[in-house]
Write a protein that binds this ligand. Structure first.
Ligand code: 5RP
Length: 213
């Protein structure tokens, strides 16, 4: 069953916790977005894990260097999953995976900026990462012609564990599930909604309505 991940791209711990309390019944993974971690520091990760010990806490660290060190500080703060950039040196990804093994946690590779996402997803999966995030960032989503369907198609081709992130919403989440994604990530579609709990509930129900062959 595809998991639902809420990406919290808000800027304060207080706002992030308030949103998480509203949507927690419907989500499997709570992501602390990169701007939130940069704004608040890793104490937001610690606070979220303390508030939701039964949820997977995803620290979107977007690690680009010192893979072992940066992954380890996030794990020590309470993260269950951390992101490393797919475009960086393999040594950084392997270092983060070593830290994950040491702490019994997991690494996710983020493909922002990766030219050949399918090939790179297959390469990094061999390093022992949990899954690959086929991802178009918030800036890329504003470009003319952007469509999340490109990421969804790549997920089908890659045949590795993957998530899709980049404007996933109620109109597209069923396609994400049907493509076999392990995780569907929704940020703006939840935190930008007038009623975030209702939005998260609808996304979860959409996931549950799809039968994957
Ligand atoms: O990691 C991110 C940006 O770098 C976002 O959290 C991710 O793209 C999901 O948010 P949205 O659904 O609003 O695109």
């Amino acid at each position: 069953m595809t998991k639902l991940q809420v990406a919290i791209d808000l800027l304060t711990t207080e706002a992030a916790l308030e949103l998480a309390h509203k949507v927690a019944p419907y989500v499997d993974i709570i992501e602390l977005g990169t701007p939130l971690i940069k704004s608040e520091g890793l104490k937001v990760v610690t606070a979220m894990k303390a508030a939701f010990p039964d949820k997977l806490i995803f620290a979107d660290m977007k690690i680009a260097d010192t893979g072992f060190l940066e992954a380890e500080i996030a794990f020590l703060a309470g993260a269950d999953l951390v992101t490393v950039m797919g475009a960086v040196d393999n040594a950084t990804i392997k270092g983060a995976v070593e830290a994950a093994k040491k702490h019994g946690k997991k690494v996710v590779v983020d493909t922002i900026g990766v030219k050949n996402r399918v090939e790179r997803a297959q390469e990094v999966t061999a390093f022992g990462v949990a899954f690959v995030e086929l991802h178009a960032g918030l800036d890329e989503q504003t470009l003319a012609g952007y469509s999340v369907q490109t990421l969804i198609s790549e997920g089908k081709l890659a045949k590795v564990p993957f998530s899709v992130a980049g404007g996933v919403n109620i109109d597209t989440i069923k396609d994400v599930v049907a493509a076999g994604a392990d995780v569907a990530v929704a940020g703006g579609a939840i935190y930008g909604a007038e009623d975030p709990a209702a939005a998260a509930k609808a996304l979860k129900e959409a996931i549950n309505s799809v039968t994957v062959a």
